[in-house]
Design a protein around this ligand. Structure first.
Ligand SMILES: CC(C)(COP(=O)(O)OP(=O)(O)OC[C@H]1O[C@@H](n2cnc3c(N)ncnc32)[C@H](O)[C@@H]1OP(=O)(O)O)[C@@H](O)C(=O)NCCC(=O)NCCS
Length: 217
């Protein structure tokens, strides 16, 4: 059953400028086991209302820690966006269903200081491309129907949104993979890795860097 969505809640922070303009480039990195502590810090930094929007309830610190411990990096895919200080500013967790092969559920979060700049949209797109290349057929998203930002992302991606009782489920029928979708994922992963390597290098003190300022020079 489809029902109209209620008007959005007032935004706590006005949207910032887009990242890289239309179709803007957001360096997104595939996260691994090593990212677990950063992932935990990111989710713990979400305020109560954001935790509600992300998890469907105002998850406690302990519940978030359990959730992060339970992520299976071998099965699921987790994407992240790092800021200059290498803190995770945004995360998308694509959980592959063990019960329903071919389906996956997506959860996205962007810290308030990164919002309204297209990061959530790009993370969604990256996760959808991953699902496509993995040969999945359905991508699901559970959220509160008053979550206008997420609803906009879902609708623009062509997701079928079914809303009722304050909750919404959005479903995307994932198109078949193609050479181009694989190339797109490869290119974006390269950009994400390069961006991360560059930020890490810039953070390292001059004395620790190889080259004219490094040890032995
Ligand atoms: C939902 C969320 C991921 C969006 O991230 P974001 O980086 O701000 O998203 P974008 O910048 O790509 O914006 C997406 C769209 O929402 C709009 N938008 C952004 N913030 C908004 C707000 N507070 N109210 C209404 N619309 C908003 C943007 O203008 C954009 O729409 P447009 O492309 O049609 O102009 C982020 O707000 C968030 O982490 N919220 C808390 C957790 C959550 O709700 N997770 C989703 C459930 S899984």
């Amino acid at each position: 059953m489809f029902t109209p969505l209620p008007p959005r809640l007032a935004s706590p922070s006005p949207p910032g400028p887009p990242v890289g303009g239309a179709g803007g480039l957001v360096p997104i990195r595939v996260l691994t086991e090593q990212s677990r502590p950063a992932l935990l810090r990111h989710l713990l930094a979400l305020a109560s209302e954001d935790r509600h929007l992300r998890f469907g309830h105002a998850a406690s610190d302990r519940q978030i820690a359990r959730y992060v411990r339970g992520i299976d990096f071998g099965r699921d895919e987790v994407f992240g966006v790092f800021d200059r200080d290498l803190e995770l500013i945004a995360v998308a967790h694509l959980a592959l269903s063990a019960d329903a092969p071919g389906e996956a559920e997506l959860g996205v979060s962007v810290l308030p200081r990164g919002r309204g700049r297209g990061i959530g949209t790009r993370l969604f797109e990256r996760a959808a491309t991953f699902a496509r290349n993995r040969g999945l057929h359905t991508l699901r998203l559970q959220c509160l129907s008053r979550n206008e930002a997420m609803m906009r992302i879902a609708r623009r991606a062509g997701m079928l949104v079914c809303a009722g009782d304050g909750e919404a489920e959005a479903t995307l029928q994932v198109p078949p993979r193609s050479l181009l979708s694989h190339f797109d994922a490869w290119l974006r992963d390269m950009i994400g890795e390069l961006d991360f390597a560059l930020k890490r290098r810039l953070r390292r003190p001059l004395a620790a860097r190889p080259g004219p300022w490094g040890p032995g020079s």
